[in-house]
Write a protein that binds this ligand. Structure first.
Ligand SMILES: [Zn+2]
Length: 410
């Protein structure tokens, strides 16, 4: 069985980072977003409600124009750069119009542009086109629509394209026989009525609309390879699927499909008169980055120094506590040895004392025995003496009486 450490899926490793903050490149707000919520269509800026897709497009635009992804507030006005939008969200379109010669257009209202029939006045006019979430709604033939995108661009220009797409091959056309058609309300349901080229009448149900009705009906689902082939057939060169994202602007794609695409026509260069302010702006950006770098270096150096000091303290503590332990152990060993020696000495002394005690007991016993014998002898002698003493007493008494009688006679 493989070790669980060997393979960490990318999504998990991202989500483990919990919250991270980013600066919105459209409005400049500092926002926090959870990686797990990083959906390209979810509004993730709490200031301007921009989505990851919109911020990704703005960052890509800056990168294509200047070679570096600046936020819109950092971007100088480039009014000589001409851009076209196809049904951009209002917020994004307004911000782009403030920086560029930019026109956002609509299918149903002014300023109107139908990519299947753009007016001749649009041909070869634009430095860039933003075509985001449009091509899945455009009625066929698709080749013509892609070809028009190419034709509207100047010789050195580029297209920023997003559509929902899957991996693999082919295009899933939801209504392959679409010819003369319209939407109709039947009860609560919107259905698609279609008369095929052969005159057959069709009713399509379970329709998929993207954020509204009418022209937002999803007609197809592209695959990545079919989409790239369409762009190539239209004449685009140097087509790039942008997998990397711009994490500083909260653009981190969790999936490998439906990513923004840059399709280039020739090689875009900034107009000469726009170059100087851009260079000045970039130089400022570089200076800012440099000072940020120096600051980070200082912080890192400080952190490193503090870590080193802590480490040294740690080592010192462990070394001293080790020495202390060894010293204590040695002391204890010495103490144990001393106790053992004491014990041994005392056992010897005890043995000696015991011997002395036994000898003393024996002596005492001997003395007691001798004493008893002596007293016995005394008693015997007393007994032996008592008879002659009695006799002597009697003799003395008799002699006394005789002496008294003699005394009284004289
Ligand atoms: Zn924002």
């Amino acid at each position: 069985m493989a070790s669980p450490i060997e393979h960490v899926p990318e999504e998990e490793s991202l989500s483990s980072e919990s919250d991270h903050s980013f600066s919105c490149n459209l409005c400049g707000a500092i926002c926090a977003v959870t990686e797990r919520d990083a959906d390209r269509e979810r509004s993730s800026c709490n200031e301007c409600s921009s989505t990851m897709r919109q911020r990704g497009l703005a960052a890509l635009l800056s990168q294509e124009l200047l070679g570096v992804a600046l936020s819109l507030s950092e971007l100088p006005g480039l009014k000589d750069v001409c851009g076209l939008g196809l049904s951009d969200p209002e917020g994004l379109a307004e911000k782009l119009a403030a920086k560029f010669d930019y026109t956002n257009t609509y299918y149903h209202r002014e300023p109107a542009l139908d990519i299947q029939n753009p007016g001749a006045e649009h041909k070869g006019r634009y430095d860039f086109i933003i075509c985001s979430e449009v091509m899945e709604h455009v009625p066929g033939p698709l080749e013509a629509a892609f070809s028009n995108l190419y034709t509207l661009l100047k010789p050195d220009a580029f297209l920023l394209l997003t559509v929902p797409y899957r991996l693999g091959d082919g295009i899933d056309e939801h209504f392959p026989d679409l010819n003369e058609y319209s939407l109709a309300e039947v009860g609560d349901e919107t259905v698609l009525l279609n008369r095929t080229r052969q005159g057959e009448l069709q009713v399509h149900r379970d329709l998929c609309f993207h954020g509204g009705g009418g022209s937002t009906l999803e007609l197809r689902l592209f695959s990545e390879s079919a989409l790239l082939a369409m762009l190539e057939d239209a004449g685009f060169e140097d087509i790039e699927v942008c997998t990397a994202g711009f994490s500083e602007f909260g653009v981190r794609f969790a999936e490998q499909w439906s990513l923004p695409i840059v399709a280039r026509k020739g090689k875009f260069r900034l107009p000469a008169n726009e170059t100087l302010p851009i260079l000045q702006k970039l130089a400022q950006k570089v200076r800012n980055l440099e000072s940020e770098l120096v600051e980070r270096e200082t912080t890192l150096e400080r952190e490193l120094q503090s870590t080193r000091t802590n480490y040294e303290k740690f080592v010192e503590f462990h070394e001293s506590s080790q020495a202390d332990l060894e010293r204590q152990l040695e002391e204890r060993e010495r103490w144990v040895r001393k106790v053992e020696e004491d014990f041994e000495m005392r056992s010897l002394e005890l043995k000696e004392l015991d011997k002395k005690k036994n000898a003393a007991l024996a002596d005492m016993h001997q003395a007691l025995t001798s004493n008893a014998q002596a007293w016995e002898k005394v008693a015997q002698l007393e007994r032996e003496l008592s008879r002659p003493v009695l006799k002597i007493t009697r003799v003395l008494r008799r002699m006394g009486r005789r002496a008294a009688r003699l005394f009284h006679r004289n």
